[in-house]
Write a protein that binds this ligand. Sequence first.
Ligand SMILES: Cc1ncc(COP(=O)(O)O)c(C=O)c1O
Length: 606
Amino acid sequence: MLNLQTRKKILSKGKPNSSKILWYGEPNLGSWYTETEINAVVKSLRESMDWNVGFGPNPKTIEEFENAFAKYCGSKYAIATNSGGTGIDMAIVCLDLEPGDEVICPAINFKSAHLAILNMGGKVVFCDIDPKTLNLDPNDVEKKITPRTRAIFPVHMNGLAAPLDDLLAIAKKHSKSHKIRVISDAARCCGGTYKGKKIGSKGWMTIFSFQTQKLMTTLGEGGMITTNDEKLSKKLRDMRQFGGEESWGSNYKMTKIQAAVGLVQLKRLDEMNRRRRLAAKRRTELLKDVPELTLPYEPYYAEHLYYVYGILVPKEWAGVKRDKIITIMKEEFGVVCSVSNPPTYLRWPYIAKHCGNPQLPISEEIGRRLICPPLHPLLTKEQELYICAALLEAIEEVKNLSQLKALPGIEDVSEVKIKDKIIHHLTIQSKLFGKLEVSSLEIKDARKLFNFYFKSLSEKARIFFNPYPLLSPRPNSPRELAKKIKDWKKENDWTFLKLSKGSEMIGICLLKRYKTDKPTTGLAVSEKYRKKGPGVYLQAIVDEQAKLLGLKKLIITIAPDNLDSFKVHQKAGFVKTDNSVPHFTYKNGEKVIDRQDIEMIKKFEY
Ligand SMILES: Cc1ncc(COP(=O)(O)O)c(C=O)c1O
């Protein structure tokens, strides 16, 4: 473990090499390229320049790539596609689902499989995971089997093989009038092993991705499906090319140049994965004695490829404190940690809307504890030391916060449609304040906002709910703030509203899905309005908010150093409910509130 002195020394030198460039938890290029890939591109391109040759329509290189890939995985057939996502779509089409047929999937996943199932009229049945491996928990899978189950769709999460034999045994045991298929998503596990053998030869089919962040890439996009089923391989091949003679299809083909590069990357894959494992091992050595961290686990049956290096923070740090570590890592040290991945039904409104909220306790907890600092096979020792030092520093900072600075959250409510309702309730609030107007914050408002927040008020704005990250770290100029507004606006789950009175801006309000699992509001008002307007009407605001959202219970988390907000909430009749967490419970009249009301809230939502 790095001691305090070493850590400070490492950090005092700043970020090695690319100081301004952010390092991402899922790096933008997952593998690396050599002259051999470049030569392969040039050769393939030159060859294609002959008008009698061109790029297709059925280039031999693709067949060569498929054969090499099948051989590498020990499968009989391999079908190249233009992405992992389209490969997954094709796999689900092959299930011939009837409306309501079920496919069991982990919720800790990328959303691709879930979208594919919905698209074919199927029902996504979310299943919990083993918290050590982040892979499907066979016990929970078995509980979720019904007469409508058509497939089990594990993902080999983050480079670690799912317990395939257990899942295959469950599928076999429950295959009665219908066969239950096992299809696996190996987008993040190309070259991974299960019980000493390469992934790709077990189950009905396996789908790989060669997208740019993956363990190997075919010029940024691409995928492969492997199977041992001859009939299925023919169907997939036809589907890839407009359905052949007799069936449905479209164009899912990759290009010849991608295949040429794929052949080279495939030859180098084991070496690249070996380097990745070494980088992970070095990190494990540096972090293994940090009591707050649970490091990735490698079961006896598989070699972990560490597509991401997933670390868990303590249970008590789930959510807010974990988020704080991520913020510190990014804002103080330029290291972006990913959360790969929270349950899709909490992360993506579309999935929540169509799949509901199955409330998987383990997956939800993992989604709030997981943190994945960047890992790449080419990470230098110096860069690795910097990442670990930054992480330890962030942990220290979070540890030293007796109470954590937090934004208010509306807990346990599905986020779908919440934004519209909050906008509506703000409009109502504005009526309560008298002639206040609520409207969208535009890029052109940057100067006004900058003056309001930083200049004329010398940061004396009363922050009831801090609308960061728009204002933190502090932008240095209106221009910088304008850029921030522009960037945040691109992400459509963010809304910034301004509160104005005539031409004067008196407040800003932020609505966002905070770090993927909580809808959040933020509100700052000018000093002048501390004793009137939003400050005084806080209770009314919350009343409206609760009413419009159909909530009987609202938990508000307040930064402990935000004394204004504390006082106002206390005055407004909030009851402080828990000493360990700075939150208040809002009592709506006499109605007593507890968890079973969550069901009611959901009904209201849909
Ligand atoms: C687990 C998982 N499945 C599927 C996909 C989709 O693959 P592609 O980007 O090649 O469409 C990805 C990521 O991109 C993924 O991480």
